[in-house]
Design a protein around this ligand. Structure first.
Ligand code: URA
Length: 237
């Protein structure tokens, strides 16, 4: 059972700000289990109580989990002074959502968006080594020697070399195509790893994050809720 103050319940469900919902409560526009409730501090059982606003039932949503196909040109943040953020593409019930980790402004691909702080913390914790796989196009001929260097660890200007990463060459040419899986999340990690072998990244897209993969039918800028299986896999990893 989860007990919440009535005003918080309504504010969490975007009925209004905390002070706006207090007004609605005092005006008698909210019922709890069939009775008008005029106490903002009344305790609501989010699983059992039936709350209505102007006769519309308001169900409580605790956690939301979205898989977003981030396009280039937006920042992985909840707010930004100048640039569009990934949150502007998400029309969700809760306003406390945030992106789990960061993709650079020019990076595309899979971004998890949730309000589950505990899960986000686990997934981002360096000790959990969540694998992240990227598809990239590289300016230069990527070789088997690079594959070995990525496996052994590269000096990207940090105290320690990068952890073992799996580099797979899809096409080796003046512009190469690769997939790389990394188990850490340093700032500009993939770009800096390729810089360390003298071959700049031209295009970068995240195609997997832990057990989640970017669905083929999810277009850039689109998002969908995680399935129950995806959520379970993420929580049990
Ligand atoms: N590595 C990068 O260099 N950029 C990203 O956006 C993600 C990983």
């Amino acid at each position: 059972m989860s007990l919440l103050r009535l005003d918080k319940f309504l504010a969490d469900m975007q009925i209004g700000t905390r002070s706006q919902v207090k007004q609605l409560i005092r005006k008698g526009r909210i019922t709890v289990d069939g009775q008008i409730c005029r106490q903002p501090e009344a305790k609501i059982d989010t699983d059992r109580s039936e709350v209505t606003f102007d006769k519309q039932v308001i169900s409580y949503v605790h956690m939301e989990y979205y898989l977003f196909h981030k396009p280039a040109g937006c920042v992985s943040a909840t707010t930004d002074r100048n640039l569009p953020t990934v949150m502007e593409s998400i029309d969700a019930q809760r306003k406390d959502l945030f992106p789990v980790g960061r993709l650079d402004i020019d990076t595309e691909g899979l971004l998890l968006i949730t309000n589950d702080g505990e899960l986000a913390h686990q997934l981002l914790s360096p000790s959990h080594h969540v694998p992240k796989t990227y598809y990239a196009e590289i300016d230069g001929i990527v070789t088997d020697e690079d594959v070995l260097k990525f496996k052994e660890g590269l000096d990207i200007g940090e105290k320690n070399p990068t952890k073992q990463a799996e580099l797979v060459i899809l096409k080796s040419n003046v512009i190469s195509q690769i997939e790389v899986t990394v188990y850490e999340g340093k700032f500009h990690q993939v770009k800096r790893m390729f810089e360390a072998v003298g071959k700049p990244v031209l295009y970068l897209k995240r195609i997997a994050f832990g057990p989640l993969t970017l669905p083929d039918d999810l277009k850039k800028g689109e998002y969908r809720s995680l399935t129950e299986d995806e959520l379970e896999a993420l929580k049990n990893r």
